[in-house]
Design a protein around this ligand. Structure first.
Ligand SMILES: Cc1ncc(COP(=O)(O)O)c(C=O)c1O
Length: 310
């Protein structure tokens, strides 16, 4: 059973802090009917040096890029939104949390064309642990190739993190769970590997990393970007290219990356064991490095951490 959201005290909604239960939208809001919203998923980590938001700038930049792709004008500057995000964490007194900013077309008139609808923004934060479970980070998860193809760049701007896009992810997740798997792996319209419903994917072969390029219908993940840099910094070769199903199945190791999934090993696809069926050596190195970085233990990468309380 999936647990209900752990409620925090206040949500930032249209520029003001409101009680969690009072942050409501009208049922005729454009975003509800047509999926016209853009959002982010961001993590704040509690470390020995204080609370830090991981790559806040890049997340806010992506949110504005997503809005641009849909010609949506967010009525706040990036600086205002970043400050509002930090203030929402502070006002709720959280040290580690998940952060969800969203901008969507609100209530005005109802028709596909959103012209005239306000762009309403909200920021919510809540306590959150590992997405796929602590055990998953160590043992790895069991995946299946989804019968649902990833949305295509000729249909929607797939690099936007837009609310409506997640119907595609939802179908893939539901199908995977119904068939007893932890997570889905989606192919693009040409049959190459794209990504998970909320994660990017990496294969390890002969100690080199392979990941689908942005052209393969993926969301350009911020964790993906971080892992590419950390892997190169550690001396691994990283190749962004079209990846086939076969390359995944014959990989030495596989792992997912994402704000929610962090760095999660994949031990099986459709009951085929990947590598040794547990977290591989390279995945272990990258995972440790990633957790050191988000826990403020790597001086070089402190530039990715934004202090909340100082
Ligand atoms: C479809 C999809 N792909 C990949 C990712 C990973 O992106 P990030 O690392 O920025 O969280 C996410 C999560 O935001 C996602 O929803």
């Amino acid at each position: 059973m999936v647990e209900k959201l752990p409620e925090a005290g206040k949500i930032w909604y249209k520029g003001e802090f409101v009680e969690w239960k009072k942050a409501k939208v009208h049922v005729l809001s454009h975003g509800l009917h047509y999926g016209s919203g853009v959002f982010e998923g961001i993590r704040c980590y509690a470390t020995e040096k204080g609370s830090f938001i991981f790559r806040l700038k890049e997340h806010v930049d992506r949110m504005y890029r997503s809005a641009d792709l849909y010609k949506m004008e967010i009525p706040y500057s990036k600086e205002e939104l970043k400050e509002a995000i930090k203030e929402t964490v502070r006002i709720n007194g959280l040290d580690a949390c998940y952060i969800r900013p969203i901008a969507f077309y609100g209530y005005h008139h109802l028709g596909v064309n959103p012209a005239g609808c306000p762009v309403d923004c909200a920021i919510a934060v809540w306590r959150w642990g590992t997405y796929l479970g602590e055990e998953a980070l160590e043992r790895g998860i069991r995946c299946t190739f989804s019968p649902w193809r990833r949305i295509d760049p000729n249909t929607l701007p797939v690099t936007a993190k837009a609310t409506g896009h997640y119907l595609n992810s939802m179908l893939a997740v539901q199908d995977a769970k119904e068939r007893g798997f932890d997570e889905a792996i989606m192919l693009d319209n040409s049959g190459y590997v794209a990504e998970g419903p909320g994660e990017n994917i990496f294969a390890v072969k002969n100690a080199a990393l392979y990941t689908p390029a942005v052209e393969s219908s993926i969301l350009p993940g911020i964790t993906r970007d971080s892992v590419i840099e950390l892997a190169q910094d550690t001396g691994y070769k990283v190749v962004e290219k079209p990846v086939t199903k076969e390359e995944l199945l014959s990989a030495d190791e596989l792992f997912f990356t994402g704000t929610a999934a962090e760095v999660s090993p994949i031990r099986e696809i459709d009951n085929v064991t990947i590598g040794e069926g547990k977290r591989g050596e390279v995945t272990g190195v990258i995972q440790r490095k990633f957790f050191d970085v988000v826990n403020a233990k790597e001086e070089k990468y402190m530039r990715w951490l934004e202090s909340v309380y100082e």
